[in-house]
Design a binder for this molecule. Structure first.
Ligand SMILES: NC(=O)C1=CN([C@@H]2O[C@H](COP(=O)(O)OP(=O)(O)OC[C@H]3O[C@@H](n4cnc5c(N)ncnc54)[C@H](O)[C@@H]3O)[C@@H](O)[C@H]2O)C=CC1
Ligand SMILES: O=C(O)[C@@H]1CCC=N1
Length: 264
C-alpha cells in the first residue's frame, strides 16, 4: 500500500477522489481506516479503496500516513499508533492548529512530519493546498508530497507561520463561497429563474471570475471595474454590497476562522 488515511470522512474522501481521478494511485494502493463498519462500507462504495477498522493496519501497511480525523481526535489517534511509527514513516497532519512541533511531540519520537491544509474542491481536481514540513523531510520527499497534492489541484509550499492564513483563505473559504452561490441563486430564483438553472448561472459566473484572476494576473479591482458600466446596473449592486459591509464581513469571517484555527 502506498498511502494511508486514518479517518475517511469529507476531506480524505475529497483528496482520494481527486488522486484516483488523476490516476496517481490505484484503488488497491490506498488504505483507509474508519471508526465504524458503516463508514468503511461508505469508503468502499464511494472510493473502492482498501478499508480497515483498525488504525494500526494503516500504519503497518504504509509509510505515508495522513491523519484525517477531526482535530480533537488527533491526540487519541497518535497515542494509539505511535508505537508502530518508524523513522521511515511520514506523518501528515491536515488539521488547523496542529503545528509541526505539536505533531512531532505527539508522535513521541523524531519523525518526518508534514503539515498541510487542503480543501474540499480537491474532489473535483480543483483543490488548493498549503504545505510545510519539518527538517527531517528532504526536498525530494517534499516534492513527492506536492505531487500528491498537485494531483487534486494546486499546491503552494509555505512557511508554517502562514498555515492559519491558508486555513482561512482556502481551507474554510469554500463554505463561504457555497453560501455566496446559494445567496446569488436565491436572488435569481426571486427574479423568476428555476433553481437548478440559478445554481448553474451562479456557479459558472464564480468559476469564470476565479479563472480570470488566475489566468490574466490582473488586479481583482481592475477586473471588477471592467464589469461596472457607468450609471449601470453592476455599480448599483456594488453600492449596495458596500452599504451592507460585504468586504468587511468577508474580512472578519476569514480573520475569525484563522484566529479560531490557531487555538485548535
Ligand atoms: N472538511 C474540510 O473542508 C477540511 C477539513 N480539514 C481537516 O480534515 C480533518 C477531517 O475533517 P473532515 O473530513 O471534514 O471530518 P469528517 O468528520 O468528515 O471525517 C473524519 C472521519 O474520521 C473518522 N474517525 C473519527 N475518529 C476516528 C478514529 N479514532 N479512528 C479512525 N477514524 C476515525 C470519522 O468516523 C469520520 O469518518 C480535520 O482535521 C479537518 O480539520 C482540512 C481542510 C478542509
Ligand atoms: O472547519 C474546519 O475546522 C476545517 C478546517 C478547514 C476547513 N474545515
Amino acid at each position: 500500500m502506498k498511502i494511508g488515511f486514518i479517518g475517511c470522512g469529507n476531506m480524505a474522501s475529497a483528496m482520494i477522489s481527486g488522486m484516483l481521478k488523476k490516476g496517481l494511485y490505484k484503488k488497491d494502493e490506498i488504505i483507509v481506516s474508519n471508526l465504524t463498519e458503516e463508514g468503511s462500507k461508505r469508503s468502499r462504495e464511494k472510493l473502492g479503496v482498501v478499508t480497515t477498522l483498525d488504525n494500526h493496519e494503516v500504519v503497518k501497511n504504509t509509510k505515508l500516513v495522513f491523519l484525517a480525523v477531526k482535530p480533537q481526535f488527533y491526540e487519541e489517534v497518535l497515542n494509539e499508533v505511535k508505537d508502530e511509527l518508524t523513522p521511515e514513516h511520514t506523518v501528515v497532519g491536515i488539521a488547523p492548529g496542529k503545528t509541526l512541533a505539536w505533531l512531532e511531540e505527539k508522535c513521541g519520537q523524531p519523525l518526518k512530519v508534514v503539515r498541510m491544509m487542503p480543501n474540499t474542491p480537491a474532489q473535483v481536481g480543483e483543490g488548493m493546498t498549503g504545505v510545510c514540513a519539518n527538517e527531517k523531510v528532504s526536498a525530494e520527499e517534499l516534492a513527492q508530497i506536492c505531487e500528491i497534492t498537485d494531483s487534486f489541484g494546486r499546491t503552494e509550499v509555505v512557511p508554517e507561520r502562514l498555515m492559519d492564513a491558508v486555513s482561512a483563505v482556502s481551507g474554510c473559504s469554500p463554505a463561504y463561497v457555497f453560501m455566496f452561490i446559494e445567496a446569488m441563486a436565491d436572488a435569481a430564483v426571486a427574479q423568476g429563474m428555476p433553481r437548478k438553472q440559478a445554481y448553474q448561472f451562479a456557479a459558472q459566473a464564480l468559476l469564470g471570475s476565479a479563472k480570470m484572476v488566475l489566468e490574466t494576473g490582473m488586479h481583482p479591482g481592475e477586473l471588477k471595474d471592467m464589469v461596472c458600466s457607468p450609471a449601470g446596473s453592476t455599480i448599483e449592486g456594488v453600492r449596495i454590497l458596500e452599504q451592507n459591509g460585504f468586504r468587511s464581513a468577508v474580512f472578519e469571517a476569514l480573520n475569525g476562522a484563522a484566529e479560531k484555527g490557531k487555538k485548535m
